[in-house]
Design a protein around this ligand. Structure first.
Ligand SMILES: [Zn+2]
Length: 654
């Protein structure tokens, strides 16, 4: 009995050697089910084959030691079929499978042993045809990075490029997929977060829909291993990696793939395509994105990008090496501006209009003080429409931040305008949170950050905004490290003139006590106000002023033209120092490089003494005067420019 068992094992080993010699991949041996047992489970290309092994010994020296049955009876066949069904079920294998019979005849010659194999294919099966379902490819490697270029066919291991986000940067992730025999399992390693782990299920469902069910032990490695990966944007490269490892797809030439898979294989919009486009441009490789992301990608210059609507479509493209849908550039025109309040529609407020024009021309932060209903918010919103249009580089920066949040951009070259309410949380303004997102200050990057009812803001919030406004960038920390977001904004603040809001109002009377007024004045000073170059009163208009049908006011477009001219002068003047506009200049440059006539110098010294302007205040007065001169097209700062600048000085901070 023991001898028979040993012979049986020996026969199976020979059978396994024979099967491997055929180029089949053996998954498992001796798998028992209650209904029966499978000797060898193997893959012949695309088809699962169960091999029933029979061992017998041939007569040695004329004597028959043992004779096994040559054929399989109907009962045994039924048991094999049931076991095969169980196996396919357990491994979620939906394809055809069959049962082969391999008979091993052992011959003992003295101390040597020889064997003969008899192989009968397809004695039973499921979906049973015997077609060898081998994938067909042409091997091409022309060294180009064109889509679908095939480098080599790897066996069971593949490598596909994807990305993950770190702040507003895309980082390349190599997705390695290895499929080996054994029980069905998928493991993803390399610091995936929960949404990446869910990719496994989405990829599996999509592949099953497409008729490429997964089987065997699948290991997905996301490299570099120490970088946390987040988001469904890795669905597509993971699915492609699985298809490559299965041999359905050839190994792919370098490219970045991103997209979230629906269970039927359609690709859904993802966030982060703009950072990915910039990375692809840097690496000089193509980028594949879901069709819904095409517009955003088209806004980035110099990127070779393709749009795909489903995994099926992409597989077809990659297999046939046909040209996918190339995304064409969709850059907005120089004067493409979205709708917004226009200065032509704003009545009166001549002083505020002028101050806003100066703010726009020199990128000066501004404080609007006025009673409720005086139109501060409307004026602040209109400020956005007179700023110079976003240049290509700035537009890319604006898109980058939105793309990491999955936000759309439909404003052409109009700058962002973000309003923050005083009830806003620190995370929503500065950025951060568990999912680490940029805050309002970064969404306002290259545009206007408007804080309405500024005096109501918590001190800690305004305090935390001070440095980012000065530096143009904000650091957001979380457990895994610190991320930097840009935050170069034009700050517009609005406040009531006093606690009751009616100080200086032509209609209502202020009811604040002297003490209340004193306390309110303190609120209107402080660290944030140090960053304000211009302060202007916005009086409430009397009903007769509101109803007057005078000359139509100047339009935002006309004002913007003057602003742009003044900006060009500043850029030409300060570029060599690394600055773009007057407001950015450090004190050092103001003192050394400002061109003041002796008359102006005298005037400023006299007025500063009289008005008790601090050293810092003088620098601010000069910067605003420089912008006023630029708007007038004057090379020198004249006393009249200084006089106007002094009008916008904040009394409370000197
Ligand atoms: Zn009052």
């Amino acid at each position: 009995m023991t001898e028979n068992l040993e012979l049986g094992n020996l026969g199976e080993n020979f059978a396994a050697q024979y099967i491997e010699g055929l180029g089949w991949e053996i998954f498992e041996r001796n798998v028992s089910f209650s209904v029966g047992e499978i000797d060898i489970a193997a893959m012949n290309g695309e088809q699962l084959v169960f091999v029933e092994v029979r061992t017998r010994t041939a007569p040695s020296g004329g004597e028959t030691v043992q004779s096994a049955e040559d054929s399989i009876g109907p009962k045994k066949l039924r048991s094999l079929e049931l076991a095969g069904g169980c196996y396919a079920e357990r491994h979620c294998y939906g394809g055809n499978w069959r049962i082969d019979l391999v008979t091993v005849t052992l011959t003992v010659k003295g101390k040597d042993m020889d064997f003969e194999i008899e192989h009968i294919r397809n004695i039973a099966g499921m979906g049973g045809n015997e077609t060898e379902n081998e994938p067909e490819f042409e091997l091409v490697n022309d060294g180009s990075i064109e889509p679908g270029g095939v480098e080599f066919i790897s066996e069971g291991v593949s490598n596909v490029g994807g990305i993950t986000l770190h702040g507003i940067d895309a980082i390349r992730v190599e997705i390695e997929v290895e499929i080996t025999g054994g029980l069905f399992s998928i493991s993803i390693v390399g610091l995936p977060d929960i949404s990446v782990k869910e990719s496994r299920e989405r990829a599996r469902a999509a592949l099953r829909t497409m008729g490429y069910p997964l089987k065997g032990r699948i290991a997905v490695n996301l490299a570099p291993a120490d970088l946390p990966k987040e988001g469904a944007l890795l669905d597509l490269p993971i699915a492609l990696g699985m298809l490559c490892a299965q041999g359905v797809l050839p190994s792919l030439s370098p490219a970045l793939y991103m997209g979230e898979l629906a269970l039927d294989g359609r690709l859904r919009r993802v966030r982060g395509v703009v950072p990915a486009a910039i990375l692809a441009r840097k690496l000089n490789i193509p980028l594949y994105v879901p069709h819904e992301n095409s517009y955003e990608v088209g806004l980035v210059r110099g990127v070779c990008a393709y749009s795909v609507s489903s995994l099926q479509e992409l597989v077809q493209v990659l297999r046939s090496r046909s040209e996918p849908n190339k995304i064409s550039a969709s850059f907005p025109d120089e004067d493409s501006f979205a709708e917004g309040p226009d200065f032509a529609d704003i009545k009166g407020q001549a002083a505020a209009r002028r101050a806003l024009e100066i703010a726009a021309a020199g990128h000066h932060n501004i404080l609007l003080v006025g009673s409720p209903g005086s139109g501060k918010t409307l004026l602040a919103k209109a400020l956005n429409g007179i700023l110079p249009p976003l240049c290509d580089e700035e537009l890319t920066e604006v898109l980058l931040i939105r793309s990491t949040l999955g936000m759309n951009w439909n404003d052409g070259r109009r700058r962002p305008f973000r309003t923050v309410h005083f009830t806003a949380s620190s995370v929503s303004v500065c950025g951060g949170g568990s999912s680490l997102r940029p805050g309002e200050i970064s969404l306002a990057h290259r545009g206007v950050l408007f804080l309405d009812e500024f005096t109501e803001f918590r001190r800690d919030l305004t305090e935390s905004l001070r440095q980012p406004i000065e530096d143009g960038k904000i650091f957001v920390s979380r457990a895994a490290g610190t991320v930097e977001y840009p935050s170069r904004v034009l700050l517009a603040l609005a406040a009531n003139p006093c606690a009751c809001g009616h100080s200086g109002d032509p209609v209502y009377e202020c009811i604040c006590s002297a003490r209340e007024i004193e306390r309110y004045k303190r609120k209107l000073s402080g660290p944030m106000l140090d960053r304000i170059d211009l302060q202007i009163s916005v009086p409430r208009l009397l009903p007769e002023e509101l109803l007057s049908f005078g000359e139509a006011a100047e339009s935002s477009e006309d004002i913007r033209k003057r602003v742009c001219r003044a900006r060009t002068l500043q850029q030409n003047r300060w570029n060599k120092f690394g600055y773009n506009c007057n407001a950015e200049l450090p004190e050092k440059i103001v003192r050394r490089n400002f061109d003041l006539s002796s008359e102006s110098r005298e005037f400023l010294t006299r007025m500063a003494g009289k008005l008790r302007v601090s050293g810092r205040g003088i620098s601010r007065v000069l910067k605003v005067a420089r912008t006023i001169a630029d708007l007038a097209g004057d090379e020198k700062i004249l006393p009249s420019h200084i006089a106007e600048s002094l009008m916008y000085r904040q009394e409370s901070t000197g």
